[in-house]
Write a new protein. Structure first.
Length: 447
């Protein structure tokens, strides 16, 4: 009986991905509608649905204060949803199929390949087991380090410190960004120990599982890295450096953010300001008080996101730098796009362009809808829309003020950002028939 159910569930490889996420969101909404999940006993259906979408899509945007509105039961549900979203619904389905049947059908493997961006079917089988192991190890290490911080240096009772350590470790590795403090982690901006642990945990989750495991096996031999790993690692380094110095320069003298801090604390705050916008969503400063230049660079980083097959959102670092190499090749008049002495196929480049254009369309559409529904400043609207689509979770404080239509818009953007524009495009592409002929070529004027 169970085998037949699993086999039927895994029979639609691409379309099952958004359907599975939607199912978990629905389940999470029902769990959060239970009166025991609400501290004041007052049930708000839209808040429950918004939180379920944000948690499953590992975003972290909220319309209510996680620390005070939800009970420990509600917070545990949020934590469970972020774990399921981070691990990937298709990875869970594959593990269940392996346990029930002892092997996996080809269609099911293709479904997981879509979710994890594995390059071969064999990798798709192995990667789901590695995801579970890497999440367990990384979150456990972070939980121990954070528990010690809250217990010994924070003065919390051990059970409460353990809960805070486990919760923040989960939220950091999954890049979800929910917090048990009303100001996120702004009250810890002067604590370099906690900031460094959180940033490293965020990076471990956002770099992507294929890159994570390749680095574990051969971090000392970068000349053997795949093109994807090189794009991701070096791309992370470039973007981190750019955002680190941008945040430091633009906010150095801002008294509302880091202007009054000592130099070493400014550096730790800038490190968090460079890491968190990539998808984590923990507020290290009040983004309603930052400089306009910081807002612009943060929006750009949220749009790019992190690594493929990780817990981050955005168009992904590899996509962004593939487009950069494409632009470089075109500007030089070269027919081939090469990265690390490897030619990039036309199909991969078309996918990168498709992902970027669909992302732009989603962000522009969401911004226009919110601009029509509200009178809020355009920069705040654009900031929160990018945060929703990039599954980041940072906000300039306008999300709770949005009307129901605006909150529903952000929910759709979070769903599209987590499921992935390319996954949606692949589902639509299944209906397209392959042409067995070529039409006459013509070159319209470009530019």
């Amino acid at each position: 009986m169970a085998r037949g159910v699993v086999s039927r569930l895994l029979n639609r490889p691409v379309r099952l991905v958004p359907a599975a996420f939607f199912g978990v969101i629905l389940l999470g909404t029902l769990l959060l509608l239970v009166p025991a999940a609400h501290a004041d006993g007052h049930v708000r259906p839209l808040a429950a649905a918004f939180t379920a979408v944000s948690a499953t899509c590992i975003t972290g945007l909220t319309v209510v204060d996680t620390a005070t509105y939800w009970t420990p039961y509600g917070q545990a549900v949020i934590m469970l949803l972020t774990q399921m979203g981070g691990f990937g619904i298709m990875s869970i389905a594959t593990l269940l199929a392996i346990l029930v049947k002892g092997h996996i059908e080809l269609s099911g493997t293709l479904a997981v390949q879509t979710e994890t961006q594995a390059q071969t079917l064999g990798q798709a089988r192995r990667i789901v087991v590695r995801i579970a192991g890497s999440m367990l190890i990384a979150e456990s290490i972070a939980a121990v380090l954070l528990t010690l911080r809250f217990w010994i240096h924070g003065g919390m009772p051990f059970p409460r410190a353990l809960w805070h350590g486990a919760f923040y470790a989960c939220m950091a590795f999954t890049n979800a960004g929910f917090a048990l403090h009303s100001d996120s982690i702004m009250s810890f901006v002067l604590d370099p120990y906690l900031i460094v642990v959180m940033c490293l945990t965020v990076l471990a989750g956002s770099v992507g599982y294929p890159v994570f495991w390749e680095l574990l096996k051969g971090w000392r031999r970068p000349h053997y890295w795949t093109v994807h790993t090189r794009l991701t690692v070096y791309g992370f380094a470039v973007l981190f450096t750019v955002m680190f110095f941008a945040f430091l320069v633009f906010e150095w003298q801002n008294p509302d953010t880091i202007g009054s801090m000592p130099v070493h604390q400014k550096l730790s705050a800038a490190m968090a300001g460079a890491v968190m916008p990539r998808s984590a969503g923990f507020n290290i400063v009040d983004y309603g008080l930052v400089q306009d230049e910081t807002i612009i660079t943060t929006i750009a980083m949220m749009f790019i996101g992190g690594g493929s097959a990780g817990t981050s959102g955005g168009i992904k670092v590899s996509t962004f730098f593939l487009l950069a190499f494409l632009l470089l090749a075109v500007s030089r008049g070269e027919r081939d796009v090469t990265v690390a002495h490897r030619r990039i196929g036309d199909e991969t480049l078309r996918q990168a362009v498709t992902v970027a254009l669909l992302a732009v369309a989603c962000v522009v559409s969401g911004t226009m809808i919110l601009a029509m529904l509200t009178d809020l400043p355009l920069e705040a609207v654009l900031f929160d829309v990018n945060s929703a689509f990039g599954t980041v979770g940072l906000s300039m404080g306008i999300t709770p003020e949005l009307p129901p239509g605006g909150q529903l818009t952000l929910m759709v953007l979070m769903f599209l950002g987590r499921v992935g524009t390319f996954t949606v495009a692949s589902a639509l592409a299944l209906r397209t028939a392959t042409r067995h002929y070529h039409l006459p070529e013509e070159r319209p004027i470009v530019g």
